[in-house]
Design a protein around this ligand. Structure first.
Ligand code: CA
Length: 236
């Protein structure tokens, strides 16, 4: 079935270009010219598989809309690809803080955007399939989500329930940066912007248990952590 992409952007010409090109690629599209209509679209019975979200909207910032998508149980799983203007480093960080999965800097080529969309959709597909899978091999790791099992280089590793939850959250979202706030919310269930050091402490412990494969969890400076998208070559 064709994937449905919701385009949230107030520049009508850009919306038309994206609609044309994404349909040409086999996607279905819907579009919203402001955040209010985007929220309406997201409430419809068939929600989009991905949202392309412009940072600058007339009625709300893209980061705020992204935060709302993440804070709503019915939409939090939908990947968000953000469009930002060149050089808006601060917005890239706030975009990840708000829970965006990836971002593309304007002006971008349609080809670049299509590649990013495909990558984000593939990651979200494999993440949801793996939850059901028995075991997943990833480089030196063997992961059994259902049984809370993790082997590193053939050796079973003992993880606390919390450590496994942290591992699972990073692993299933690999390739996607997870801010400390997002990890506190999804792993610890804490909404306040406090105790981000707790995340660092536990990531440190988790890395220790991964031993020489600790680099599978990358630090994203000033933002949080990211599980590598692909297993590095240095692993068996
Ligand atoms: Ca705009």
């Amino acid at each position: 079935m064709a994937k449905l992409i919701l385009i949230v952007e107030d520049e009508v010409d850009l919306v038309r270009t994206l609609e044309y090109n994404l349909r040409d690629e086999g996607y279905e599209t819907r579009s919203a010219l402001d955040a209010a209509s985007a929220l309406d679209e997201l409430k419809k019975p068939s929600p989009p598989d991905l949202v392309v979200l412009d940072l600058m909207l007339p009625d709300m910032s893209g980061t705020e809309l992204c935060r709302r998508i993440r804070n709503d149980e019915t939409t939090r799983h939908i990947p968000v690809l953000m469009l930002t203007a060149r050089g808006e480093e601060i917005d890239r960080i706030t975009g990840f803080e708000a829970g965006a999965d990836d971002y593309v800097v304007k002006p971008f080529s349609v080809r670049e955007l299509k590649l990013r969309i495909r990558a984000v959709l593939r990651r979200s597909d494999s993440a949801s399939e793996e939850v059901l899978d028995e075991e997943v091999d990833f480089g030196a790791l063997r992961v059994d989500i259902a049984a809370h099992g993790l082997s590193v280089d053939g050796e079973q590793v003992e993880l606390t329930a919390l450590e496994f939850r942290l591992f699972k959250t990073l692993f299933l979202r690999r390739g996607r940066t997870q801010s400390r706030d997002v990890l506190l919310r999804d792993v610890w269930d804490i909404k306040a912007h406090v105790m981000t050091r707790t995340v660092d402490t536990h990531v440190k412990r988790l890395r220790k248990k991964l031993g020489r494969f600790s680099h599978y969890i990358e630090t994203v400076r000033g933002v949080g952590y990211r599980f590598v998208a692909e297993a590095p070559d240095d692993t068996p």
